[in-house]
Design a protein around this ligand. Structure first.
Ligand code: ADP
Ligand code: MG
Length: 916
């Protein structure tokens, strides 16, 4: 569109856009707008449509009015001057019979063309273009009475087929809009004598025309803009407009044919980028606005019912002032001039000459899509008007417009959207502010608490720093003291270090030795390990042997079981044998019965035998000695008769003596001991000695006073035989434990020692030694025995050198030592042995080699028992008894004696020391 400077020359066709649906879009875009684009609103040229060179050209259609009654009355012959060729869109003007000119139009209607057809051919493309956002203009031009108002402004309220372009266009727009997002309104104006009147608000007259300096857009700010929602409303408004136009014309005394009626349809359509992106119409709009801005397309459709185009003198408006007539035609004349200038690409377009051309500035040579319908009458009388109208149309067809879209930001929607966002942000901010306040309160309380803690810590710190100061003071004092101490310590340390170094050297040397030793130990260890391996293998061997043994044991057990079985069988055999023997016993008892009777006969013979007893005395004295038996049984062999004959005699004598004893009675025999007759005394002693040899008599003899009589004999008698046999009798009685104490208490030991000291007769000494040896077997009497000189007497009898005597001495010593050892072991006695006090130990050591084998056994035993008592240790060591003990451990024939000697040596550390 031209700027304020004037009409721009027509642009080349291919550079002008066209609305959608007209033809395909061209790749090239029209050059920049002829006037500056507003901001933020942007005008954009429509995409070019290749293949349709005149697509943006002003389209022009010709519509002839059918003949009316007037025409018929005048016999008008339309065909005489105009020839319509609708099929070829041509019109022939016949000036006269020989002059004819043909004109091509965009559309040439027949007289009978319907309103609908005219709308679709002329206005519909423009309306569609306006719906898409372009400005549009539909205009009727022609002589008064040719049907401009009929074509454009006919309401046709009752007959829809009659409806003109205004009604149909609004109908079309209303059906195409969405009332949620779009908006449509109308202004209805009349231009008369260069003055604009509002047909919807008749009070508004002389409405000014305003041009935006930046955009060049024309607006009529005073005019009413009434939003329309439906067709009914449209009819109302158009009727009002029509009525007002009529009233105004009447008031101003004008004819409607002299005024221009202009209906402006304002259209506003919201668009969304997303919706548009799929629409080919808006393909090239993305560079203009940001994606999320709400945009609005604003367009205007001008439907103009022009004043009649006939010359004024022919209009019948006589009486008007020349000036007035000049104004009446000014706008139309000016329009013709502008179109001429545009058609001829003139550099100056006189747009500003009239109000009509100012209002239609965008319609011709501007950005609008424009269609023009020129109406012609059928009468040849108006040939010149028809001809000028046709020529006007021809020139208008040469006018080319550059279509542009005008889109603006929809600030209302944008405002609402932003308001919503602001509300959201505000509430979010309030929420966050609340949170912050809460956090602040928490922080404040935390800070308060921290401050309290801090205060506490500060107090503590002050206290601590005071303490630190005191401590530092103390530390300094200590340091000084320490330094002094350090000096002395350093000296001491140096000395000590030297000593330690020395010691270290020594230790290192020892360590080296230890290492050598350790390596040799390792060698030994490896040897031992080897031995261990050997031992393990032997253990395995033993294990296998054990298994073998086990097998054997199993076998033996089996055999044993078999043997047990056989033994059981034998036992049963023996039981049967026992029964046989029992039978035999019965028969034997019967025999005993028979022998009892024979005994009676034998008693008679005893009496006779008494006589022969005295004759056998010498032999009997020897035999009585055999009655003396040792308590322990040792030495019996020395007294046993060597021939079976003697044994038989002895048994015979015993039988005899028994018989005497039974015959005479014990009291009588004991009484004989005090007989005046020595022989009787001797025989009586012999009988008592023999009786005392029997265990059963020993206690009875003592009870009957036999012991007193015997001891009396020992004391009083001078006879050797009496001494010998009496000592034997006492020895026999001393075999009984209960008699031993009685003998000692009655001074038996002292009497025996006395006898031993007086005689050298070995038989007597043997009897005395035997008696004392028997008494030695009673540990309770040891002290008394020693005190009564029994031990010394025993030892003194060694002088006889007689083997039997020495054997009795040895037996006595062994008995004594054994009992003493037992007492000590049981804790009944303590201290050095009584034997040692009486020189027995010295005697044993001195004569150890001289004893016979049997005697030596007694002496060895005595040695062992004495060695058990620790209190004897010194005496044994001093007397050289250890040597003797060692000999016993090696040479003694009795194993128990050897073990006893070993035990004594091993258990006594003093002995062991002596041995080493
Ligand atoms: P103009 O507005 O150009 O002065 P009008 O529209 O007022 O002419 O028409 C004049 C007369 O002719 C009217 O009565 C109208 O009804 C009639 N008329 C015009 N054109 C036609 C047509 N195409 N068909 C029928 N009648 C028409
Ligand atoms: Mg009219």
């Amino acid at each position: 569109m031209a700027t304020g400077a004037g009409w721009a020359p027509a642009r080349p066709i291919e550079r002008h856009g066209a609305p959608r649906g007209a033809s395909p879009r061209s790749k090239s875009v029209a050059p920049g707008p002829r006037r500056p684009s507003p901001s933020p609103a942007r005008s954009r040229p429509a995409a070019d449509h290749s293949g349709s060179a005149d697509s943006c050209r002003v389209r022009v259609a010709v519509r002839p009015r059918p003949k009316n009654s007037e025409d018929l009355a005048h016999g008008a012959d339309f065909n005489s001057c105009v020839e319509l060729q609708p099929e070829s869109k041509r019109l022939k003007l016949k000036k006269n019979n020989w002059s004819c000119e043909s004109y091509k139009f965009d559309e040439v209607f027949s007289e009978n063309a319907s309103q609908k057809r005219v709308y679709e051919a002329v206005a519909k493309p423009v309306v569609e273009s306006v719906l898409e956002g372009y400005n549009g203009t539909v205009m009727a031009y022609g002589q008064t009475g040719t049907g401009k108002t009929y074509t454009v402004g006919r309401l046709g309220k009752d007959d829809p087929s009659e409806r003109g372009i205004m009604v149909r266009a609004l109908e079309h727009i209303l059906s195409s809009l969405s009332f949620e997002t779009d908006w449509v309104a109308i202004s209805y104006l009349q231009l008369y004598l260069e003055s604009v009147h509002d047909l919807l608000a008749p009070e508004k007259t002389n409405i000014p025309i305003v041009e935006d300096a930046k955009t060049g857009e024309v607006s009529l700010p005073g005019a009413a803009i009434v939003e329309v929602k439906d067709l009914e409303h449209v009819f109302q408004l158009l009727q009002i407009g029509e009525a007002n136009r009529h009233a105004a014309n009447t008031k101003m005394n004008t004819e409607s044919s002299r005024s221009h009626a202009i209906l402006i349809i304002h259209l506003q359509r919201s668009t969304r980028r997303k919706e548009e992106s799929s629409s080919s119409l808006y393909n090239d709009r993305h560079d203009t606005f940001p994606d999320d801005l709400p945009l609005v397309l604003k367009s205007k459709l001008l439907i103009v019912d022009l004043a009649g185009s006939e010359r004024i003198d022919k209009s019948g408006s006589e009486g008007h002032m020349i000036e007035e007539a000049k104004f009446i035609n000014l706008s139309l004349t000016s329009l013709g001039k502008c179109i001429n200038a545009l058609a001829e690409n003139s550099p100056h377009i006189p747009t500003r000459d009239s109000k009509l051309t100012r209002i239609l500035r965008d319609s011709f040579g501007g950005t609008a899509r424009t269609s023009l319908v020129v109406t012609i009458g059928p009468s040849a009388r108006h040939y010149s008007e028809t001809s000028s109208t046709v020529m006007f149309g021809q020139r208008a067809m040469k006018v080319v417009n550059t279509m542009k879209l005008k889109e603006e930001v929809d600030y209302e929607i944008l405002y609402k959207k932003m308001e919503r966002e602001v509300d959201q942000l505000t509430s979010e901010m309030e929420r966050q502010q609340k949170n912050l306040e809460k956090e602040k309160r928490q922080l404040e309380s935390a800070v308060k608490k921290l401050m309290q803690d801090l205060d506490k810590e500060r107090d503590q710190n002050n206290l601590l720093s005071k303490q630190v100061t005191e401590l530092e003071k103390l530390l300094n004092e200590n340091k000084q003291q320490q330094q002094l101490e350090n000096l002395s310590k350093t000296k001491f340390l140096t000395d000590t270090t030297k000593e330690h170094e020395k010691e270290m050297g020594e230790l290192l040397r020892k360590l080296e030795e230890e290492r050598c030793c350790s390596s040799s130990m390792k060698d030994r260890m490896s040897v031992l390990q080897q031995q261990l391996c050997d031992a393990q293998s032997s253990a395995q061997l033993q294990e296998s042997m054990a298994r073998e043994m086990e097998k054997k044991l199993t076998k033996v057990t089996e055999e044993f079981t078999i043997q047990v079985q056989s033994l059981k069988e034998k036992v049963s055999g023996l039981i049967s044998e026992k029964e046989l023997i029992y039978d035999e016993l019965k028969s034997t008892q019967e025999k005993v019965q028979q022998e009892m009777s024979q005994r009676q006969d034998l008693e008679d013979q005893i009496v006779r035998l008494k006589q022969s007893v005295s004759d056998n005395c010498a032999e009997e004295s020897k035999t009585s000695c055999s009655m003396v038996r040792s308590g322990s049984g040792l030495g019996n062999t020395a007294f046993v008769s060597k021939s079976g004959k003697l044994r038989e005699a002895l048994s015979g004598q015993r039988g005899t003596i028994s018989k005497i004893f039974e015959e005479v009675g014990l009291p009588n025999v004991l009484a004989l001991l005090k007989s005046e007759d020595l022989d009787v005394q001797i025989h009586a002693v012999k009988v008592v000695a023999n009786l005392a040899a029997e265990d059963v008599n020993q206690e009875r003899i003592v009870e009957e006073g036999g012991l007193d009589a015997l001891l009396s004999l020992l004391e009083t008698s001078e006879n050797t035989t009496i001494h010998r046999v009496t000592a034997g009798a006492v020895a026999n009685l001393a075999m009984n434990g209960s008699n031993q104490g009685v003998i000692m208490n009655k001074g038996g030991a002292r009497l025996l020692a006395n006898v031993a000291s007086k005689t050298d007769d070995p038989q007597t000494l043997r009897m005395v030694a035997g008696a004392i040896a028997n008494l030695c077997g009673n540990e309770k009497l040891h002290l008394m025995l020693k005190q009564d000189g029994g031990i010394k007497a025993l030892l003194g009898m060694f002088r006889s050198g007689h083997t039997d005597v020495i054997a009795q001495i040895a037996r006595g010593i062994a008995n004594f030592a054994k009992c003493e050892s037992r007492m000590i072991c049981q804790g009944h006695r303590k201290g050095r042995s009584l034997l040692i006090e009486d020189g027995v130990l010295t005697w044993m050591v001195a004569h150890s080699t001289m004893f016979s084998a049997s005697t030596r056994r007694h002496i060895e035993l005595a040695f062992c028992h004495l060695a058990q008592n620790e209190d004897n240790t010194c005496d044994i060591i001093a007397s050289g008894g250890i040597k003797e003990l060692l000999r016993i451990t090696r040479e003694s024939p009795r194993e128990d004696t050897r073990n006893l000697a070993k035990k004594a040596l091993d258990s006594n550390p003093a002995f062991l020391r002596e041995i080493q």
